[in-house]
Write a protein that binds this ligand. Structure first.
Ligand code: TA6
Length: 307
């Protein structure tokens, strides 16, 4: 089983603008749609689309729990979110400019998580997790979910000998690295921050990082991404597609990568599946949708070179 944990989910409100987003002007939207928000939920959607069993976990605000749950159900995601008393799941506003000029995201503050709900999540995982499972912890942390809470969560998953994947940033990513998780996906800025933390020369620091983390997929922006796994390095160039909305592309990559990886630990197949699904995703206007059959075709265009 794959468990995705979205500690700070969102409801994405997508505003489709008539013109380029401009400061000090009234930017009018011609259409508004809603989608599920939060990196772990997007990972679950990708796994579900690919027919890989998974359960989406995390917290969701009690005050708009039905609205959040309605979107999760519409996406066909099997889930068990813990209601946060008096909490409101935040909205992420995604302004999408016409003619594929890109998107801008504004996300609201989160709800406040109390110790009671943190314990509920840990107790559930303590009961369910086995060494056969994969756990994806993804996205930002909500208010009052401290670094020590993240440490407890990761250490519990590690103690169960599950495969622990983290799509985290900032201090949370550093914490995951220090605890030695199995998968991280830093962007180029996060990787530079991690290597700087290691203080050695970049090459030595990167070498040490690859010894501490089973699988690293470092996105390199235009240059695609580099994956380090079992002592080998792979450069991954994604297919060229017409981008409509890149929101959620990284999340889709992680979900599809883990879905494929969970089948037979084939790193090349997992990298191809992740890249192809993300390439399919950016061609669509919401935060999560991609077409698995289209992605199957795009897999042939993913270029992977062993370095
Ligand atoms: O990556 C896309 C997305 O998950 C959006 O759905 C939006 O809700 C935002 O990112 C949330 O990001 P965060 O890092 O706060 O979890």
């Amino acid at each position: 089983m794959i468990y995705t944990i979205t500690l700070n989910p969102a409801i994405d409100r997508l505003l489709f603008l008539d013109k380029t987003l401009t400061k000090r002007k009234t930017n009018r939207a011609s259409k508004i749609t809603y989608d599920i928000g939060g990196k772990g939920t997007h990972g679950s959607y990708a796994m579900t689309q690919l027919g890989v069993e998974n359960l989406a976990l995390g917290f969701a605000g009690e005050r708009n729990f039905e609205a959040f749950e309605q979107i999760v159900k519409q996406k066909g995601i099997t889930h068990s979110f813990i209601p946060i008393p008096e909490g409101l799941t935040r909205e992420s506003i995604v302004a999408i400019e016409p003619e594929n000029q890109g998107s801008t995201m504004l996300t609201e503050p989160s709800f406040f998580v109390r110790d009671a709900e943190k314990k509920q999540l840990l107790d559930f995982l303590d009961e369910q997790l086995t060494s056969e499972d994969i756990v994806l912890i993804a996205g930002s942390l909500p208010e009052n979910f401290q670094m020590h809470d993240l440490k407890d969560l990761i250490q519990l998953a590690k103690a169960k000998q599950a495969f622990v994947a983290c799509d985290l940033s900032g201090e949370a990513l550093l914490q995951a690295v220090q605890l030695g998780v199995d998968f991280i996906k830093p962007n180029e800025f996060e990787l530079a921050e991690l290597l700087n933390e290691k203080k050695d020369s970049t090459g030595e620091a990167f070498e040490r990082l690859t010894q501490e983390i089973t699988c690293i997929v470092a996105s390199k922006g235009e240059q695609g991404s580099v994956c380090c796994y079992e002592g080998k390095q792979y450069q991954v160039i994604a297919p060229e597609v017409k981008e409509v909305n890149d929101t959620g592309a990284g999340d889709c990559f992680v979900g599809a990568f883990l879905a494929e990886f969970s089948k037979c630990r084939d790193i090349i197949a997992a990298l191809k599946r992740g890249s192809a699904c993300a390439a399919s995703k950016v061609q669509y206007e919401d935060s999560s949708y991609f077409n698995p059959r289209e992605a199957e075709q795009l897999m042939k265009q993913v270029k992977i070179t062993e370095l």
